[in-house]
Design a protein around this ligand. Structure first.
Ligand SMILES: NC(=O)c1ccc[n+]([C@@H]2O[C@H](COP(=O)([O-])OP(=O)(O)OC[C@H]3O[C@@H](n4cnc5c(N)ncnc54)[C@H](OP(=O)(O)O)[C@@H]3O)[C@@H](O)[C@H]2O)c1
Length: 375
């Protein structure tokens, strides 16, 4: 008998373990799988798996390996439709059939045209009972990177902003001026760990000389790829970004303005150049930049740049999610104003976003928006 509450409970567990490797599995989605057996004393989890770093193995074969023979006749909860195409390993749908699983509960169909419905159909054809759409909304959010890359050909873009009580995002002549408190800093580093890549404009790189790595104890190896929109290749060779290339890769989005000697020097230092055309305003074309980054496999892009880049992405309809932290501090004279047309108020007024969550983190407040047409 199908028990909807029980299905939601175990899918919740699969979603939670699937999220463990967010930011580590690109170009693949981070999927969780839980195998549950009925026993006289109630349901028992006999296998758990989540997509490994680098995207392989997938969650299902790992959960099946842990369950062993106990998978026969059991139910598998999986956060995305099991794959049905042959890659380097056999399809997960076939592995579930071979293991003798009796039922598969999946959260959402995979939009990848190589799978899209075929995984579920393959299971059903083998006599496995298939239930789909359990916790679909949460799964679509967790897999937003994969969905956006497959459906729109660009990464899911998550904008992060910090503003002061008087609407400033920094102070002139004060590099790396911290607006928000220590607790938000920890949250931002966690967001970095869960992103495949992080993007800023050259303005922020020159003003703040940031490193953009994840510096949470134990999560240092989870630093995302750092991407700087630097059309004219102005990033200094002695910048923290270049000097930390050994810790995390550095990609520079450049255009025809970039002189050959600067390109060569930055490449020599270990940076990867992503060449894009110029847009109508003469700057690097951001749509082309996002497409190129997705082409390299990036699915989840966090943007930590300044007002110029944030505004351009918002104006271009390229922001899918915005996390705005507001601090109780007043910056006053010398403050750099947030965004005349694309600040937090403009995000709200645009009507394009819904407030998904709001609250307090340490001394600061946050508002978390998702684009409306996402659901
Ligand atoms: N509070 C916060 O959340 C926060 C976050 C980051 C930075 N900041 C502050 O913001 C200040 C820097 O602001 P900013 O606006 O100069 O930084 P930015 O937006 O990170 O960088 C601006 C540069 O990025 C490139 N760029 C931006 N938009 C582009 C577009 N549409 N197309 C192509 N290229 C584009 C341009 O480089 P080219 O001119 O070479 O084309 C532009 O000069 C710093 O003081 C920093 O502390 C605050």
């Amino acid at each position: 008998m199908v028990d909807a509450d029980r299905d939601r409970r175990f899918m919740g567990a699969a979603l939670a373990i699937g999220r463990r490797n967010l930011g580590q599995t690109w170009p693949n989605p981070a999927v969780g799988a839980v195998i549950v057996r009925d026993t006289p004393s109630g349901p028992l989890v006999v296998g758990r798996g989540w997509t490994a770093e680098g995207g392989r193995p997938h969650g299902e074969p790992l959960a099946l390996a842990e369950a062993g023979e106990l998978a026969r006749g059991a139910t598998c909860y999986v956060t995305l439709e099991p794959c049905s195409h042959h890659g380097r390993t056999r399809p997960c749908a076939d592995a579930l059939v071979a293991a003798g699983v009796a039922r598969v509960v999946s959260a959402v169909e995979d939009p990848d045209p190589r799978v899209s419905g075929n995984g579920h159909a393959r299971l059903a054809a083998a006599g496995i009972a298939v239930t789909t759409g359990v916790c679909a909304k949460a799964a679509r959010r967790d897999h937003a990177g994969h969905f956006t890359r497959v459906l729109k050909g660009r990464p899911h873009v998550q904008l992060k902003l910090a503003t002061s009580a008087d609407g400033m995002i920094g102070r002139a002549g004060a590099p790396g001026f911290a607006i928000t408190g220590e607790t938000v800093r920890g949250r931002v580093h966690l967001m970095r760990a869960e992103a495949d890549a992080i993007m800023i404009g050259i303005g922020t790189a020159l003003a703040d000389d940031p490193m953009l790595t994840c510096r949470l104890a134990g999560l240092e190896r989870r630093s995302p790829i750092r991407v700087v929109v630097d059309g004219a290749a102005r990033l200094p060779l002695d910048s923290a970004l270049v000097e930390s290339i050994g810790e995390a890769p550095l990609w520079l989005v450049v255009d025809a303005r970039a002189p050959a000697d600067r390109r060569a020097a930055l490449e020599e230092a270990g940076a990867t150049l992503v060449e894009v055309p110029r847009d109508a305003t003469g700057r690097s074309d951001l749509v082309a930049a996002l497409r190129a980054i997705a082409g390299e496999g990036i699915t989840r892009l966090m943007v930590e740049g300044g007002a110029t880049l944030a505004r351009a992405l918002l104006d271009g309809g390229l922001v899918d999610e915005a996390m705005v932290f507001s601090a109780p501090v007043t910056i006053g004279a010398g403050g750099l104003p947030a965004f005349a047309t694309a600040g937090p108020e403009a995000i709200e007024a645009s009507g394009r976003y819904v407030l998904a969550a709001a609250g307090r983190i340490g001394t600061d407040e946050y508002r978390h928006w998702w684009v409306k047409d996402w659901e």
